[in-house]
Design a protein around this ligand. Structure first.
Ligand code: SF4
Length: 464
């Protein structure tokens, strides 16, 4: 029996799909090269934007013909949209067999085998492949006791299968699940549940296993990774402690972590980043807005001045650090003045780059309930373009400072293959700058190299 997973969304989903792949392989299923050949098709979904959900529903619609040809196959929707839409998925796409939320992934292999067995039985009995649908989701926050909700979001950490990664030198390790911030525009706390930190020993063991499998760079991930905190036997382990311990692992070349919440970027963490040579000097810290009134409406729990103070503190503690940022334009009621404050923050922050999003209302969030999505699309687009242009100029100015310098990069992969032979390889510096250079072949992938920078573009450095 063969399976195929299609993934949309953030790094959390990419990691979940990798873990699901490992879990399904261990359960005896084989990966399919082409979706249509598979007996089990899974969509690992995202709920952050309406567009991502629309795409999944239309992809499910297109799979009706697959179901007609493979009535005994299993079509499943997993991930955030499964937790958010639940039964509605069966109503909108009646040929879906399974809806399973991100807190139930541990049960996925067993549930798929149950469905396949039931269908096989019906096939032997010459009956129609109509089996009961399976809906496995976690409890809704606010409707149940906190401990029950936490228990219903099970952690899923199967033994990792190196085959499941496209790059064998890089891997992500989840150190925490869920989020407790409740930003008004965000669906994540309800679909990924309350914050839960994994035991440090389990994380370190997983890193050791990955390093033995040949991984050089590990990225620790969490929705608010810097709030990692694990208490045991009277001792509290925080992210900075984890960085010190993981840095000791022999064979590990580089250690990164995402995504940070502006609050909780304490001095211990910044000092660990500064002092540990293996730790990436890149900090991704979403600001979302530079206006205090917008930040209040977003319920971000910090002010623009506090965010600036953080930028200053990073600059004085880790002078070679690069900071990247997420920003939302066109949030409910955003005035020109409020948008202007975001422009100022971008100029002040001199971010390496910013990920700029036009606000998209999500049903089920507080902002959808409290405010109106009243900024016209054309205004959102204009503000988006203004910020992009400012950020591009800053990125270019910053990258130009590297011309003539020698930097160390970890070579990650091929960015281009030339018809005449040879390749363009791409790697990253310790402060997350992308460097490309020509090479005769791809044998340098996975190695640390010193490179001379000769040219710069906003997102790329060119080396020779
Ligand atoms: S910190 Fe805010 S934006 Fe980030 S996942 Fe949590 S609620 Fe969503």
């Amino acid at each position: 029996m063969q399976f195929y997973i299609e993934t949309v969304g953030c790094q959390m989903n990419v990691l979940d799909s990798e873990l699901v792949y490992s879990g399904l392989r261990r359960s005896g299923l084989e990966p399919a090269t082409h979706r249509e050949d598979a007996d089990v098709i899974l969509f690992n979904t995202c709920s952050i934007r309406q567009h991502a959900e629309d795409k999944i529903y239309s992809a499910l619609g297109r799979l009706k013909h697959w179901k007609t040809h493979k009535p005994f196959g299993v079509l499943g929707v997993i991930g955030c949209m499964a937790q958010k839409d639940q039964k509605m998925i069966f109503q909108r796409a009646p040929h879906v067999d399974l809806v399973l939320g991100p807190g139930q992934l541990e049960l996925l292999p067993e549930t798929i085998h149950q469905l396949l067995d039931e269908k096989l039985q019906l096939r032997y009995e010459n009956q129609e492949a109509v089996t009961g649908k399976k809906l496995l989701v976690s409890l809704k926050r606010l409707e149940h006791r906190h401990t029950e909700v936490v228990e219903s979001f099970r952690l899923f950490n199967p033994v990792r299968n190196p085959e499941s990664r496209t790059n064998r030198f890089q891997a992500m390790v989840r150190i925490m699940f869920g989020c407790n911030q409740f930003c008004t525009y965000c669906i994540v706390p309800s679909v990924r549940g309350p914050e839960q930190s994994r035991p440090p020993q389990e994380i370190l063991d997983e890193i050791r296993t990955l390093v033995r499998q040949g991984v050089i760079e590990i990225t620790l991930i969490g929705q608010t990774v810097n709030s990692y905190r694990y208490k045991s036997n009277g001792k509290t382990t925080r992210l900075s402690d984890l960085l010190y311990e993981a840095s000791e692992i022999e064979g590990l070349g580089r250690l990164c972590f995402v995504t940070n919440y502006p609050r909780g970027m304490n001095d211990e963490l910044l000092q660990a980043v500064r002092d540990l040579p293996k730790v990436s000097k890149h900090l991704h810290i979403p600001a979302q807005s530079g206006s205090d009134s917008v930040l209040r409406r977003m319920r971000r729990n910090y002010t623009a001045a506090e965010y600036r103070e953080l930028i200053d503190r990073i600059g004085s503690t880790i002078p070679d650090a690069s900071i990247t940022c997420d920003l939302i334009v066109g949030f409910c009621g955003e005035t020109e003045e409020e948008f202007g404050a975001t422009v100022e923050l971008v100029r002040y922050g001199r971010f390496k780059n910013s990920f700029i999003f036009k606000y998209s209302e999500r049903p089920g969030t507080k902002s959808a309930e409290l405010f109106s999505d009243d900024i016209p699309e054309s205004v959102k687009k204009t503000r988006n373009n203004i910020l992009l242009e400012i950020q591009d100029n800053i990125s270019l100015e910053q990258n130009r400072r590297f011309i003539g310098r020698t930097v160390e990069i970890l070579v990650e992969g091929v960015s281009k293959r030339f018809e005449t032979g040879g390749v363009q390889l791409s790697g990253r510096t310790l402060c997350d700058r992308i460097v490309v250079f020509d090479a005769p072949d791809d044998r340098l992938i996975g190695q640390f190299l010193k490179q001379n920078i000769v040219e710069a573009a906003p997102f790329t450095l060119f080396a020779r």
